[in-house]
Design a protein around this ligand. Structure first.
Ligand SMILES: *Cc1c(COP(=O)(O)O)cnc(C)c1O
Length: 413
């Protein structure tokens, strides 16, 4: 049967991502990949989780193998409130402000479903987190793209756009501003306190809400942590998304929405339609882990591992690229990504053909652009390759850049 003539509008629009197509060849043992943004599996606390799972299944099967509440395991929500206090200093919330999702990805999907129609707009940065973009795009909404600068989104540009919407009487259609405030994926930058405050002011002025996605906040390698917008604006204005994917392990599929009670009630109805409930087994596993161990303490070796790899990559970039005119890169204080920008005229998607021959992989910036425009940037992740491969990979990348430049008669030296 040919299903294609039965597809819905959404079904027709679903296409494999650019990232998948490019990283198809990255599994070659000779290849060095800076492509995937997934955590290093050696950081997963497998012994601890194995022990807790055994206990839970043998002693509490009637709960952990049963259906569970949509909003999430109560023990886990209580542990999360503790963590929100310990990590961000967020106080004054209770369990009704917290909902568990199947990873943050489900939170993004549910927010799209509950708030976006075809005539709606959302505000997203350029470059943007692909998971958010693809979740929101299933609603066929419109978006306002705001350039990302070194200290966060360009708020002047955003205000100018919103003023236009106000003039034409369309401001009601703009629903929310989506931001990744710490160690941005893909750009590696962190929003300054000033930017955070400004974004909040803008949201208040134009009556929008903010979706603050912070999967990496606890993976800070250096510098001072900055208050989340959620703490500045409170649950009336800001929806905070967290996940265990980057700080414990992604396979548990546990994300967290922290928000106003009324918001949680509405979004949990959408979750019920989608999945009935999250797995009580993985939720309890996480809850017990948090009860028995100090997560922030346990994260220290992980932070050390990534910090070292990040420094190795920054040094390699300095060695290979500092004498090339117009090449720049971000210096992340945490998270998993560096954003490398080549001079105008480079097309990093087209350049993947050469990179493939050199057996080095990255994600071209175009993959992260809401509008899909060509890009002279790329995302480099340092979390997976061993240190010597990082150095070798950056060498290959430099060769790739030089070959591409000479093919295109671009000057870089
Ligand atoms: C990795 C990541 C997530 C996590 O998604 P999960 O579904 O929780 O695994 C969310 N947002 C951003 C910006 C990310 O980089």
């Amino acid at each position: 049967m040919d299903y294609s003539n039965k597809y819905s509008k959404l079904g027709k629009s679903l296409e494999p991502s650019l990232i998948g197509q490019i990283l198809k060849y990255a599994g070659d043992p000779e290849a060095i990949s800076f492509g995937g943004g997934i955590p290093d599996a050696s950081t997963f606390p497998s012994e601890e989780l194995a022990e807790i799972s055994r206990e839970l299944i043998l002693e509490n099967a009637g709960y952990v193998l049963q259906y569970s509440s949509t909003v999430g395991d109560i023990k886990l929500r209580k542990q999360i409130l503790k963590l929100l206090y310990e990590f961000y200093g967020i106080e004054g919330l209770n369990e009704e402000n917290v909902m568990i999702t199947v990873g943050s990805q489900q939170a993004l999907d549910l927010i799209g479903k509950v708030f976006l129609d075809e005539e709606s707009y959302f505000v997203i940065d350029d470059p943007a987190y692909l998971g958010a973009l693809s979740a929101f795009n299933t609603r066929f909404s419109k978006f306002i793209t705001v350039p990302l600068l070194e200290d966060g989104i360009d708020t002047e540009y955003l205000e100018e756009k919103l003023r236009e919407f106000e003039k034409t009487g369309e401001i009601q259609r703009v629903k929310f501003i989506y931001v990744v405030s710490n160690f941005h994926n893909p750009a590696g930058i962190t929003f300054s306190l000033k930017k955070r405050k400004r974004i909040l002011e803008i949201a208040e002025k134009y009556d929008l809400f903010i979706v603050e996605d912070d999967p990496y906040g606890a993976l800070r390698y250096e510098g001072e942590s900055i208050e989340p917008i959620f703490k500045l604006g409170g649950p009336e204005r800001v929806i905070l998304l967290n996940t265990f994917s980057k700080i414990l392990c992604p396979g548990l599929r546990i994300g967290v929405i922290t928000a106003q009670k009324e918001f949680i009630e509405k979004v949990s109805l959408a979750k019920e339609n989608a999945v009935l409930c999250s797995s009580p087994l993985t939720q309890r596993l996480a809850a017990e882990y948090l009860e028995r161990y100090d997560l922030l303490e346990k994260l220290k070796p992980t932070i050390e591992l990534y910090r070292k790899k990040k420094d190795v990559m920054l040094k390699a970039l300095e060695d290979e690229f500092s004498n090339l005119e117009g090449v720049r890169w971000t210096k992340p204080e945490g998270g998993l990504f560096i954003w490398l920008t080549l001079p105008d005229g480079f097309d990093t998607l087209e350049m993947t053909e050469i990179a493939k021959e050199k057996k080095v992989f990255y994600v071209p910036g175009q993959a992260f652009r809401p509008t899909g425009e060509i890009s002279n940037s790329m995302r480099l992740s340092y979390c997976l390759p061993p240190e010597e491969k990082i150095v070798e990979g950056i060498k290959r990348l430099r060769e790739t850049v030089e070959i591409y430049a000479s093919k295109k008669s671009l000057t870089i030296a």
